[in-house]
Design a protein around this ligand. Sequence first.
Ligand code: C2E
Ligand code: MG
Ligand code: MG
Ligand code: MG
Length: 288
Amino acid sequence: EAKREGRNRASSFNWSLKERFNRVHEVETGLRRALETNELKLLFQPIVDLESGHIDACEALLRWDHPVLGPISPGEFIPIAESMGMIEAMTGWVLREACIAAASWPGEVRIAINISPASLKSHELPGNVIAALLETGLPARRLELEVTESIFLDDSGQTNTILRELQRIGLRLALDDFGTGYSSLSYLRSYRFDTLKVDQSFMAGVSSNAEDRAIVRAIGNLARDLAMDTVAEGIETPDQLLHAREAGFTNVQGYLFSRPVTSERIAEMIATGPLEGAERPDPVIRKR
Ligand code: C2E
Ligand code: MG
Ligand code: MG
Ligand code: MG
């Protein structure tokens, strides 16, 4: 799947203006229909406890298989859904589907959902959240919302109000793609984020790049002192895992452990126990 997405991206680079226009138009038309026709699917990717190897949470990731165009990545269709004013309906659908899935899993595994900045400005969000929790019986503490730093560009105060409302309901909040946006450390002071998710671009560089290693270690220290959980995203190799461990991260997520998979597969993985990869800490690092 990754390969196919990659090829789509590579070729779309050379598209003419007319081809782009047609593509956006087809995506728009398709999106209007997709919510009703089961073309949208959610997959789930484990977020693994670095110490125990157990699954702490799973991130819900949208997938869309267009009947003609084939798989379209959320990176492409989410911005289009936003510009069409469809993101609220889509977020509502994701919330409900994700809570249904999480409620079916054994134990206390949390569900993490991506919330786009446009959704966070909408006063429908807290109501949608409460409706999904009531309908599925999922406790609020098992629902985590992932937001990116770009939400802080909105200075209307609306985002602020809604974030606090969500925290009052008892949800967890995660700051996603940390370090790539309009990072200002003052956000970490005004909002109590439960989790920092360090962008995968930093993890991609740790094996070859001393600067990336220094940044990742600094973020690890900062988060620990502020008592936040830390997720290293995009862990693909044992060496990256080692660096996440060395930087003191609490959690890891990436292809090394699992690609995004179905809810049924997650239930099996939870029942099976600790995931490979996290189980084999480097003895040298572990001694510290
Ligand atoms: P994100 O929230 O930062 O999600 C992580 C992305 O990294 C996902 O891409 C995931 O499949 C990918 N990934 C996970 N592990 C690895 C790895 O080891 N290596 C590499 N190279 N990639 C890895 P995906 O599913 O294509 O999603 C892209 C973005 O689209 C997400 O970034 C998120 O911002 C957005 N998105 C996805 N689902 C939703 C949704 O339901 N609602 C909203 N608003 N946005 C969504
Ligand atoms: Mg933990
Ligand atoms: Mg995310
Ligand atoms: Mg991310």
